[in-house]
Design a protein around this ligand. Structure first.
Ligand code: GDP
Ligand code: IMO
Ligand code: MG
Length: 455
């Protein structure tokens, strides 16, 4: 069977940790979209691992696959593999020949475009990893795929076509000087070496075939989503999105397996929910508590609605970007967002993380709906401008006292404070989806598992 792990909100919901928790029975963990813009944390035997490209299961000796829907920066990939090896692990990572390759000029162009947009305050706040420009080239049919790297001639031919265009774009359109990142010979040499290593270490696969064979052999496969539904290029708040499909459909197109494998009788789709909201980068956030300079649109210092509370939650939850270190914007849980997400993904279950972070507050809120033009909306309007104009309608809950996470995890759901259970059950009822597990701390043993989707 397969289980797909999807971010239900804006990324950083704790997907890496959930992949790890449900991953015991798993043989293969496949990423299906995104690249080294992701930052997934796994805490294993007291050690913290932060992975941006290598699938989280690799920490636990599972085979990791980067599917065709991913964009791969080989330099990051090998850095991560080497770093894991230095820590005594032996990660088994395979890369789809159909995945697209991130080149240094993509990263440079990512920065140039953000810089240009920032003149009008329109920047997305990307991670600067070249994700958008690489997917642009993929859609523009001028991208270079992992399988192209292994042929010296094919690689040269493709670089000779695309690099002069990129140079012209940087120099003539944006007026920026180009350097090594746009040098065909240097790129050819660097990427030929990566290809050599990919080949020598037998990392190249046809993802769909590889995964189908493993499933056929009775193995369990997990699809690890990166980012989240509200930054999905189709279902998120365009243009403040990433350039791929984190939503569950992406697990099919991004691996080469049919939709029935992901969402059929043998497939579970689990939405990862943070008990409040965080956002890195620009775009609307109707239930935001207080702004963050540089990311919150129209941010004015001192005008945060609940600055102190936001800072408290940010610090308790360690809400600083895994990749960029930026402070994350913080808001209350938003059900309109989660209803949208539940439909777009077809969640069969959810995991609600970070319940411990809210412990100790007198009251906690959930955005139950929005008000827009005198009407109540229970899901997200399709245009970002309308979404930005939504005012949250809150439901207030009694807070819960701090609890011993390990004891609660050990004793099970009933040991959670009654107020926390009321919060969880309200969300389950509103979404019509059961909570398979509850996160009560960052550690592996700090999770209350009610249902393991593999069992
Ligand atoms: P991902 O990108 O969705 O994998 O999430 P990140 O790793 O970027 O961010 C989640 C952070 O929250 C990590 O530091 C996790 O260790 C931590 N975390 C996950 N679940 C919980 C939880 O239930 N409680 C607390 N306090 N931290 C958690
Ligand atoms: P994980 O997998 C949170 C955000 C960026 C920016 C937008 C586009 O750890 O949940 P990009 O570099 O992808 O072109 O940036 O998407 N973003 C994330 N936010 N978690 C992530 O990944 C993210 N990956 C990208 O901040 O707003
Ligand atoms: Mg993250």
């Amino acid at each position: 069977m397969t289980v797909t792990i999807v971010g239900s909100q804006l990324g950083d919901e704790g997907k890496g940790g959930v992949v790890d928790i449900f991953g015991d029975a798993v043989d293969v963990v496949a990423r299906y979209q995104g690249g080294d813009n992701a930052g997934h944390t796994v805490v294993h035997e007291g050690e913290e691992y932060k992975l941006s490209l290598v699938p989280s299961g690799a920490v636990r000796g599972k085979t990791g696959v980067l599917g065709n829907g991913c964009v791969v920066n080989p330099s990051t990939l090998f850095e991560e593999i080497d770093a894991l090896q230095e820590r005594g692990l032996d990660p088994d990572v395979r890369v789809a020949r159909r995945a697209h390759v991130i080149f240094p000029y993509h990263r440079v162009l990512d920065g140039i475009e953000e810089e240009a947009k920032s003149e009008d305050g329109e920047e997305v706040g990307t991670t600067g990893r070249g994700i958008g420009p690489t997917y642009e080239d993929k859609a523009g049919r001028r991208g270079i795929r992992v399988g192209d790297l292994v042929s010296e001639d094919v690689l040269r031919e493709k670089l000779e076509y695309v690099v002069p265009q990129k140079r012209a774009l940087a120099e003539d359109v944006f007026g920026v000087e180009t350097g090594e990142a746009f040098d065909i010979d240097a790129l050819h040499e660097e990427y030929r070496e990566y290809a050599e290593r990919l080949r020598e270490e037998e990392m190249l696969v046809d993802a769909g075939e590889f995964l189908a064979e493993r499933l056929e052999a009775g193995e369990e496969v997990m699809f690890e989503g990166a980012q989240g539904t509200l930054i999905d290029i189709d279902h998120g708040n365009y243009p403040y999105v990433t350039s791929s499909n984190p939503t569950a459909g992406g697990a099919s197109t991004g691996t080469g397996l049919g939709p029935g494998v992901v969402g059929g009788d043998d497939g579970e789709i689990v939405g990862i929910v943070k008990a409040y909201l965080t956002r890195v980068g620009s775009g609307p956030l109707p239930t935001e508590l207080a702004g963050v300079e540089g990311d919150t649109p129209d941010y004015t210092p001192g005008e945060g609605r609940e600055e102190e509370l936001a800072t408290y939650i940010r610090d308790e939850g360690g809400e600083y970007g895994t990749v960029t270190g930026r402070p994350r914007r913080v808001g209350w849980l938003d059900l309109a967002m989660l209803r949208h997400s539940t439909r777009a993904n077809g969640f069969t279950g959810v995991v609600i993380n970070h319940l411990d972070v809210l412990a100790g507050l007198d009251e906690v809120k959930i955005g139950r709906a929005y008000e827009l033009d005198g009407e109540e909306l229970d899901t997200i309007p399709a245009t970002t401008e309308r979404w930005a104009a939504c005012e949250p309608v809150f439901e207030t809950f009694d807070g819960w006292e701090a609890f011993d996470s390990e004891v609660v995890a050990e004793e099970g759901y009933e040991a959670l404070p009654a107020e926390a259970k009321a919060y969880v059950e309200y969300v389950e009822d509103e979404l019509g989806v059961p909570a398979y597990a509850l996160g009560v701390g960052p550690g592996r043993e700090e999770t209350v598992v009610r249902t393991n989707p593999f069992e």
